[in-house]
Ligand binder design. Structure first.
Ligand code: NAD
Length: 367
Protein backbone atom coordinates (compact mmCIF):
# COMPACT_ATOMS: atom_id res chain seq x y z
CA UNK A 1 0.00 0.00 0.00
CA UNK A 2 1.30 3.50 -0.79
CA UNK A 3 2.17 5.96 1.97
CA UNK A 4 -0.46 8.49 2.99
CA UNK A 5 0.13 11.76 1.11
CA UNK A 6 0.29 15.23 2.60
CA UNK A 7 0.53 18.63 0.90
CA UNK A 8 2.13 21.21 3.19
CA UNK A 9 1.38 24.87 2.56
CA UNK A 10 3.29 26.90 5.19
CA UNK A 11 2.07 30.30 3.91
CA UNK A 12 3.15 33.61 5.43
CA UNK A 13 4.40 35.20 8.66
CA UNK A 14 4.70 32.61 11.44
CA UNK A 15 3.18 29.94 9.14
CA UNK A 16 6.59 28.63 7.95
CA UNK A 17 8.02 28.86 11.50
CA UNK A 18 5.34 26.69 13.13
CA UNK A 19 5.23 24.33 10.14
CA UNK A 20 8.98 23.68 10.45
CA UNK A 21 8.27 22.08 13.85
CA UNK A 22 5.53 19.89 12.33
CA UNK A 23 8.00 18.77 9.63
CA UNK A 24 10.34 17.57 12.41
CA UNK A 25 7.47 15.62 14.00
CA UNK A 26 6.55 14.06 10.65
CA UNK A 27 10.22 12.99 10.29
CA UNK A 28 10.11 11.56 13.82
CA UNK A 29 7.16 9.32 12.85
CA UNK A 30 9.17 8.04 9.87
CA UNK A 31 12.36 7.43 11.88
CA UNK A 32 10.94 6.12 15.15
CA UNK A 33 7.56 4.62 14.27
CA UNK A 34 8.10 3.49 10.68
CA UNK A 35 5.15 5.62 9.58
CA UNK A 36 6.15 7.48 6.43
CA UNK A 37 4.19 10.13 4.61
CA UNK A 38 4.66 11.30 1.02
CA UNK A 39 5.10 14.98 1.76
CA UNK A 40 5.12 17.72 -0.83
CA UNK A 41 5.37 21.41 -0.07
CA UNK A 42 4.10 24.43 -1.98
CA UNK A 43 3.25 28.12 -1.72
CA UNK A 44 0.00 29.76 -0.68
CA UNK A 45 -1.13 33.28 0.21
CA UNK A 46 1.32 36.18 0.04
CA UNK A 47 4.25 33.82 -0.61
CA UNK A 48 2.48 32.47 -3.71
CA UNK A 49 1.58 36.01 -4.79
CA UNK A 50 5.23 37.09 -4.54
CA UNK A 51 6.37 34.13 -6.65
CA UNK A 52 3.50 33.79 -9.14
CA UNK A 53 1.24 36.87 -8.88
CA UNK A 54 -1.63 34.77 -7.50
CA UNK A 55 -2.33 33.51 -3.93
CA UNK A 56 -2.84 29.96 -5.24
CA UNK A 57 -1.74 28.57 -8.60
CA UNK A 58 -3.84 26.05 -10.54
CA UNK A 59 -1.02 23.51 -10.11
CA UNK A 60 -1.15 23.84 -6.32
CA UNK A 61 -4.94 23.55 -6.41
CA UNK A 62 -4.63 20.34 -8.44
CA UNK A 63 -2.12 18.93 -5.96
CA UNK A 64 -4.47 19.76 -3.08
CA UNK A 65 -7.23 17.82 -4.83
CA UNK A 66 -5.05 14.76 -5.28
CA UNK A 67 -3.50 14.28 -1.81
CA UNK A 68 -4.99 12.59 1.26
CA UNK A 69 -4.73 15.76 3.36
CA UNK A 70 -3.58 19.38 3.16
CA UNK A 71 -1.81 20.98 6.11
CA UNK A 72 -1.79 24.79 6.01
CA UNK A 73 0.13 27.28 8.21
CA UNK A 74 -1.33 30.77 7.92
CA UNK A 75 -1.71 33.46 5.27
CA UNK A 76 -1.66 37.24 5.16
CA UNK A 77 0.33 40.20 6.37
CA UNK A 78 0.40 44.00 6.23
CA UNK A 79 2.54 43.94 3.07
CA UNK A 80 -0.44 42.51 1.17
CA UNK A 81 -3.16 44.79 2.56
CA UNK A 82 -2.87 47.09 -0.48
CA UNK A 83 -3.51 44.29 -3.01
CA UNK A 84 -6.70 44.04 -5.01
CA UNK A 85 -9.33 41.87 -3.26
CA UNK A 86 -9.07 39.22 -6.02
CA UNK A 87 -5.41 38.44 -5.23
CA UNK A 88 -5.33 38.97 -1.46
CA UNK A 89 -3.62 36.08 0.43
CA UNK A 90 -6.95 35.00 2.01
CA UNK A 91 -8.35 34.31 -1.48
CA UNK A 92 -5.94 31.36 -1.71
CA UNK A 93 -7.41 29.86 1.44
CA UNK A 94 -11.00 30.49 0.32
CA UNK A 95 -10.31 28.89 -3.07
CA UNK A 96 -8.98 25.74 -1.38
CA UNK A 97 -12.05 25.49 0.87
CA UNK A 98 -14.46 26.15 -1.99
CA UNK A 99 -12.97 23.91 -4.69
CA UNK A 100 -12.35 21.04 -2.28
CA UNK A 101 -15.95 21.58 -1.09
CA UNK A 102 -14.98 21.38 2.58
CA UNK A 103 -18.40 21.57 4.19
CA UNK A 104 -17.67 20.34 7.72
CA UNK A 105 -15.51 22.58 9.90
CA UNK A 106 -14.16 20.87 13.01
CA UNK A 107 -13.15 23.07 15.91
CA UNK A 108 -12.04 21.26 19.06
CA UNK A 109 -12.17 22.94 22.45
CA UNK A 110 -9.65 21.04 24.50
CA UNK A 111 -8.24 22.22 27.79
CA UNK A 112 -4.89 20.88 28.91
CA UNK A 113 -4.85 20.61 32.70
CA UNK A 114 -1.67 22.66 32.95
CA UNK A 115 -3.38 25.60 31.22
CA UNK A 116 -6.74 25.51 33.02
CA UNK A 117 -5.84 28.75 34.81
CA UNK A 118 -5.77 30.55 31.44
CA UNK A 119 -9.52 30.15 31.02
CA UNK A 120 -11.97 32.85 32.02
CA UNK A 121 -14.06 30.08 33.62
CA UNK A 122 -13.40 28.28 36.89
CA UNK A 123 -10.69 25.62 36.76
CA UNK A 124 -13.01 22.68 37.60
CA UNK A 125 -15.39 23.71 34.78
CA UNK A 126 -12.69 23.52 32.09
CA UNK A 127 -9.91 21.21 33.33
CA UNK A 128 -9.85 18.12 31.11
CA UNK A 129 -12.42 19.57 28.70
CA UNK A 130 -12.38 17.87 25.29
CA UNK A 131 -15.26 18.68 22.96
CA UNK A 132 -15.60 19.06 19.21
CA UNK A 133 -17.85 21.50 17.38
CA UNK A 134 -18.79 20.61 13.79
CA UNK A 135 -19.92 23.70 11.91
CA UNK A 136 -21.56 23.51 8.47
CA UNK A 137 -19.28 25.71 6.37
CA UNK A 138 -20.53 26.12 2.81
CA UNK A 139 -24.24 26.93 3.05
CA UNK A 140 -26.81 28.63 5.32
CA UNK A 141 -27.35 32.31 5.87
CA UNK A 142 -23.89 33.42 4.70
CA UNK A 143 -24.65 32.10 1.20
CA UNK A 144 -28.47 31.98 0.84
CA UNK A 145 -30.34 34.03 -1.80
CA UNK A 146 -31.98 36.51 -1.91
CA UNK A 147 -29.51 38.76 -0.17
CA UNK A 148 -28.62 42.43 -0.35
CA UNK A 149 -29.72 45.88 0.77
CA UNK A 150 -32.83 47.12 -1.05
CA UNK A 151 -35.00 50.23 -1.00
CA UNK A 152 -38.48 49.71 0.42
CA UNK A 153 -40.69 52.78 0.70
CA UNK A 154 -38.53 55.51 2.15
CA UNK A 155 -35.99 53.30 3.90
CA UNK A 156 -33.45 50.56 3.16
CA UNK A 157 -33.81 46.92 4.12
CA UNK A 158 -30.92 44.47 4.71
CA UNK A 159 -31.74 40.91 3.63
CA UNK A 160 -30.05 37.56 4.17
CA UNK A 161 -31.64 34.17 3.72
CA UNK A 162 -31.13 31.05 5.79
CA UNK A 163 -31.44 28.15 3.38
CA UNK A 164 -30.51 24.49 3.78
CA UNK A 165 -31.28 21.58 1.48
CA UNK A 166 -31.81 18.11 2.95
CA UNK A 167 -28.62 16.85 1.29
CA UNK A 168 -26.54 19.68 2.79
CA UNK A 169 -27.79 18.80 6.27
CA UNK A 170 -27.43 15.08 5.64
CA UNK A 171 -23.76 15.25 4.65
CA UNK A 172 -22.58 17.42 7.54
CA UNK A 173 -24.62 15.30 9.96
CA UNK A 174 -22.84 12.19 8.64
CA UNK A 175 -19.44 13.86 9.19
CA UNK A 176 -20.49 14.60 12.78
CA UNK A 177 -21.80 11.08 13.44
CA UNK A 178 -18.60 9.59 11.95
CA UNK A 179 -16.58 11.75 14.35
CA UNK A 180 -18.76 10.81 17.29
CA UNK A 181 -18.06 7.15 16.45
CA UNK A 182 -14.30 7.87 16.72
CA UNK A 183 -14.80 9.73 20.01
CA UNK A 184 -17.30 9.38 22.86
CA UNK A 185 -20.34 8.29 20.74
CA UNK A 186 -22.39 11.28 21.89
CA UNK A 187 -23.72 13.92 19.50
CA UNK A 188 -25.75 17.05 20.29
CA UNK A 189 -27.37 18.85 17.35
CA UNK A 190 -28.12 22.56 17.81
CA UNK A 191 -30.59 24.74 15.84
CA UNK A 192 -33.61 26.91 16.55
CA UNK A 193 -36.44 24.59 15.52
CA UNK A 194 -38.72 26.60 17.82
CA UNK A 195 -38.60 29.67 15.56
CA UNK A 196 -36.98 28.68 12.23
CA UNK A 197 -38.27 26.31 9.52
CA UNK A 198 -34.69 25.54 8.51
CA UNK A 199 -34.22 24.43 12.12
CA UNK A 200 -37.21 22.09 11.90
CA UNK A 201 -35.80 20.50 8.75
CA UNK A 202 -32.33 20.35 10.33
CA UNK A 203 -33.70 18.43 13.31
CA UNK A 204 -35.70 16.03 11.11
CA UNK A 205 -32.77 15.20 8.82
CA UNK A 206 -30.25 14.78 11.67
CA UNK A 207 -32.71 12.44 13.44
CA UNK A 208 -33.11 10.41 10.23
CA UNK A 209 -29.33 10.14 9.68
CA UNK A 210 -29.02 9.05 13.33
CA UNK A 211 -30.87 5.82 12.47
CA UNK A 212 -27.73 4.76 10.57
CA UNK A 213 -25.65 5.28 13.74
CA UNK A 214 -27.52 3.38 16.46
CA UNK A 215 -24.45 3.38 18.73
CA UNK A 216 -24.35 7.18 18.91
CA UNK A 217 -26.49 8.82 21.59
CA UNK A 218 -28.16 11.76 19.78
CA UNK A 219 -29.68 14.78 21.54
CA UNK A 220 -31.08 18.10 20.29
CA UNK A 221 -30.81 21.53 21.85
CA UNK A 222 -31.89 25.04 20.85
CA UNK A 223 -28.71 26.93 19.95
CA UNK A 224 -29.31 29.72 22.49
CA UNK A 225 -29.73 27.19 25.29
CA UNK A 226 -26.65 25.43 23.91
CA UNK A 227 -24.63 28.64 24.27
CA UNK A 228 -25.67 28.85 27.94
CA UNK A 229 -24.83 25.21 28.58
CA UNK A 230 -21.41 25.63 26.94
CA UNK A 231 -20.55 28.32 29.48
CA UNK A 232 -22.25 26.60 32.42
CA UNK A 233 -20.95 23.02 32.11
CA UNK A 234 -19.15 22.38 28.79
CA UNK A 235 -18.01 18.89 29.81
CA UNK A 236 -21.57 17.57 29.25
CA UNK A 237 -20.83 17.64 25.48
CA UNK A 238 -18.71 15.44 23.25
CA UNK A 239 -19.50 16.34 19.60
CA UNK A 240 -21.83 19.23 18.69
CA UNK A 241 -23.15 19.70 15.14
CA UNK A 242 -24.71 22.96 14.04
CA UNK A 243 -25.25 25.29 11.09
CA UNK A 244 -22.91 27.91 9.65
CA UNK A 245 -24.11 30.93 11.64
CA UNK A 246 -24.60 29.28 15.02
CA UNK A 247 -21.39 27.31 14.52
CA UNK A 248 -19.44 30.49 13.83
CA UNK A 249 -20.47 31.90 17.22
CA UNK A 250 -20.47 28.71 19.28
CA UNK A 251 -17.07 27.49 18.05
CA UNK A 252 -15.36 30.82 18.77
CA UNK A 253 -16.89 30.98 22.23
CA UNK A 254 -16.03 27.36 23.01
CA UNK A 255 -12.46 27.68 21.73
CA UNK A 256 -11.80 30.62 23.99
CA UNK A 257 -12.90 28.62 27.03
CA UNK A 258 -9.50 27.04 26.80
CA UNK A 259 -6.97 29.87 26.58
CA UNK A 260 -4.48 30.98 23.93
CA UNK A 261 -4.96 31.34 20.18
CA UNK A 262 -1.57 29.65 19.77
CA UNK A 263 -3.12 26.38 21.01
CA UNK A 264 -6.14 25.99 18.72
CA UNK A 265 -6.17 23.53 15.80
CA UNK A 266 -8.93 23.03 13.23
CA UNK A 267 -9.93 20.81 10.34
CA UNK A 268 -12.25 21.21 7.38
CA UNK A 269 -13.61 18.03 5.84
CA UNK A 270 -15.45 17.28 2.61
CA UNK A 271 -16.93 14.26 0.89
CA UNK A 272 -15.22 10.86 1.10
CA UNK A 273 -12.72 10.22 -1.71
CA UNK A 274 -12.34 6.91 -3.58
CA UNK A 275 -10.07 5.56 -0.82
CA UNK A 276 -12.77 6.30 1.77
CA UNK A 277 -10.85 9.19 3.36
CA UNK A 278 -12.63 12.54 3.48
CA UNK A 279 -11.18 15.46 1.53
CA UNK A 280 -9.45 17.39 4.26
CA UNK A 281 -7.50 20.48 5.17
CA UNK A 282 -5.97 20.98 8.62
CA UNK A 283 -4.82 24.37 9.92
CA UNK A 284 -4.28 26.32 13.12
CA UNK A 285 -7.05 28.80 13.94
CA UNK A 286 -4.56 31.66 14.33
CA UNK A 287 -3.33 33.94 11.54
CA UNK A 288 0.16 34.88 10.38
CA UNK A 289 0.88 37.01 13.51
CA UNK A 290 2.99 39.68 11.77
CA UNK A 291 3.74 41.26 15.16
CA UNK A 292 5.95 38.31 16.17
CA UNK A 293 6.90 36.83 12.77
CA UNK A 294 10.62 36.17 12.28
CA UNK A 295 11.38 36.33 16.00
CA UNK A 296 11.12 32.60 16.89
CA UNK A 297 8.41 33.43 19.42
CA UNK A 298 5.44 31.69 17.82
CA UNK A 299 3.78 28.81 19.64
CA UNK A 300 3.79 25.82 17.24
CA UNK A 301 1.25 23.80 19.29
CA UNK A 302 -1.85 24.82 17.26
CA UNK A 303 -0.14 23.58 14.10
CA UNK A 304 1.18 20.43 15.84
CA UNK A 305 -2.32 19.63 17.12
CA UNK A 306 -3.70 20.21 13.60
CA UNK A 307 -1.36 17.45 12.43
CA UNK A 308 -2.62 15.27 15.30
CA UNK A 309 -6.14 15.82 13.94
CA UNK A 310 -4.93 14.70 10.51
CA UNK A 311 -3.53 11.51 12.07
CA UNK A 312 -6.89 10.83 13.72
CA UNK A 313 -9.41 11.90 11.12
CA UNK A 314 -7.65 11.40 7.75
CA UNK A 315 -5.32 8.50 8.50
CA UNK A 316 -7.22 6.52 11.15
CA UNK A 317 -4.15 6.58 13.40
CA UNK A 318 -6.01 7.40 16.61
CA UNK A 319 -3.34 5.84 18.84
CA UNK A 320 -0.61 7.96 17.23
CA UNK A 321 -2.77 11.09 17.56
CA UNK A 322 -3.18 10.22 21.27
CA UNK A 323 0.60 9.83 21.53
CA UNK A 324 1.22 13.30 20.03
CA UNK A 325 -1.48 14.99 22.12
CA UNK A 326 -0.11 13.33 25.26
CA UNK A 327 3.38 14.58 24.38
CA UNK A 328 2.01 18.15 24.14
CA UNK A 329 0.16 17.67 27.42
CA UNK A 330 3.33 16.40 29.13
CA UNK A 331 5.42 19.31 27.88
CA UNK A 332 2.86 21.77 29.23
CA UNK A 333 2.64 19.89 32.54
CA UNK A 334 6.45 20.15 32.77
CA UNK A 335 6.10 23.94 32.59
CA UNK A 336 7.53 24.48 29.10
CA UNK A 337 5.96 27.68 27.77
CA UNK A 338 6.24 29.87 24.67
CA UNK A 339 5.84 33.59 25.33
CA UNK A 340 2.07 33.61 24.64
CA UNK A 341 1.51 31.11 27.48
CA UNK A 342 3.46 32.88 30.15
CA UNK A 343 1.68 33.71 33.34
CA UNK A 344 3.65 32.15 36.14
CA UNK A 345 6.47 34.12 37.67
CA UNK A 346 10.03 32.95 37.15
CA UNK A 347 9.34 30.95 33.98
CA UNK A 348 11.31 32.05 30.95
CA UNK A 349 9.84 31.37 27.54
CA UNK A 350 11.21 28.87 25.04
CA UNK A 351 11.51 29.65 21.34
CA UNK A 352 9.38 28.04 18.63
CA UNK A 353 12.03 25.38 18.04
CA UNK A 354 12.56 25.02 21.80
CA UNK A 355 8.91 23.97 22.07
CA UNK A 356 9.48 21.61 19.12
CA UNK A 357 12.52 20.11 20.90
CA UNK A 358 10.46 19.52 24.06
CA UNK A 359 7.63 17.82 22.12
CA UNK A 360 10.12 15.58 20.29
CA UNK A 361 11.74 14.63 23.62
CA UNK A 362 8.29 13.77 25.03
CA UNK A 363 7.58 11.67 21.92
CA UNK A 364 10.88 9.82 22.44
CA UNK A 365 9.90 9.22 26.07
CA UNK A 366 6.59 7.72 24.92
CA UNK A 367 8.29 4.81 23.14
P1 NAD B 1 -3.40 36.56 14.34
O1 NAD B 1 -4.05 35.29 14.72
O2 NAD B 1 -2.34 36.48 13.31
O3 NAD B 1 -2.76 37.24 15.64
C1 NAD B 1 -3.54 37.71 16.75
C2 NAD B 1 -2.63 37.80 18.00
O4 NAD B 1 -2.35 36.48 18.49
C3 NAD B 1 -1.27 38.46 17.72
O5 NAD B 1 -0.89 39.23 18.82
C4 NAD B 1 -0.34 37.28 17.54
O6 NAD B 1 1.01 37.57 17.90
C5 NAD B 1 -0.95 36.23 18.49
N1 NAD B 1 -0.71 34.87 17.97
C6 NAD B 1 -1.37 34.27 16.95
N2 NAD B 1 -0.87 33.04 16.74
C7 NAD B 1 0.11 32.86 17.65
C8 NAD B 1 0.99 31.78 17.93
N3 NAD B 1 0.97 30.63 17.24
N4 NAD B 1 1.88 31.94 18.94
C9 NAD B 1 1.92 33.07 19.66
N5 NAD B 1 1.10 34.12 19.46
C10 NAD B 1 0.20 34.02 18.45
O7 NAD B 1 -4.56 37.55 13.86
P2 NAD B 1 -4.47 39.02 13.23
O8 NAD B 1 -3.33 39.77 13.86
O9 NAD B 1 -5.82 39.56 13.28
O10 NAD B 1 -4.13 38.78 11.69
C11 NAD B 1 -2.80 38.83 11.13
C12 NAD B 1 -2.84 38.39 9.68
O11 NAD B 1 -3.26 37.03 9.61
C13 NAD B 1 -3.84 39.18 8.84
O12 NAD B 1 -3.26 39.39 7.56
C14 NAD B 1 -5.05 38.28 8.75
O13 NAD B 1 -5.79 38.50 7.58
C15 NAD B 1 -4.38 36.92 8.72
N6 NAD B 1 -5.24 35.81 9.22
C16 NAD B 1 -5.06 34.62 8.60
C17 NAD B 1 -5.76 33.50 9.05
C18 NAD B 1 -5.49 32.18 8.37
O14 NAD B 1 -4.52 32.07 7.65
N7 NAD B 1 -6.31 31.17 8.60
C19 NAD B 1 -6.61 33.60 10.14
C20 NAD B 1 -6.73 34.84 10.79
C21 NAD B 1 -6.03 35.94 10.32
Amino acid sequence: MSNPSLLILPGDGIGPEVMAEVRRIIDWYGDKRGISFDVSEDLVGGAAYDAHGTPLTDETMEKAQSVDAVLLGAVGGPKYDVLDFSVKPERGLLRLRKEMDLYANLRPAQCFDALADFSSLKKDVVAGLDIMIVRELTSGIYFGEPRGIIEEGNERVGINTQRYTESEIDRVARSAFDLAMKRGKKLCSMEKANVMESGILWREVVTEVGKDYPEVELSHMYADAGAMQLCRWPKQFDVIVTDNLFGDLLSDAAAMLTGSLGMLPSASLGAPMENGRPKAMYEPVHGSAPDIAGQSKANPIACVLSFAMALRYSFDMGAEADRLESAVSKVLADGVRTADLLGEEGVSPVSTSGMGDAILAALDASL
